[in-house]
Design a protein around this ligand. Structure first.
Ligand SMILES: [Zn+2]
Length: 89
């Protein structure tokens, strides 16, 4: 494993960025591996990632149900609940 590149394994900031990037695009093996390694020893980012997954799932659900650009009331309520929980933290 070459480790000459700066910022690997990723710090919390990098891990957070990778977690968000992961929602938008596919990560490289190096990025996924670095993120996974970071999560092994960082409980804060594990907690963040858990929330990230919830948000990602909710986004996916929202997009799938949102072809007509009108929000299903239940989906909207769930979405607002998730967002409020995240903000509360
Ligand atoms: Zn971390």
């Amino acid at each position: 494993m070459d480790t000459h590149k700066h910022g690997w394994p990723p710090c919390c900031k990098d891990a957070t960025l990778l977690a968000e990037k992961r929602l938008q695009e596919k990560l490289s093996f190096r990025e996924r591996f670095g993120l996974g390694l970071h999560l092994l020893y960082c409980k804060y980012c594990r907690r963040f990632m858990k929330q990230g997954r919830i948000i990602a799932a909710a986004t996916e659900q929202l997009l799938q149900h949102d072809e007509s650009l009108t929000l299903d009331a239940q989906v909207k309520a769930e979405w607002e609940l998730i967002i409020s929980q995240k903000i509360d933290l």
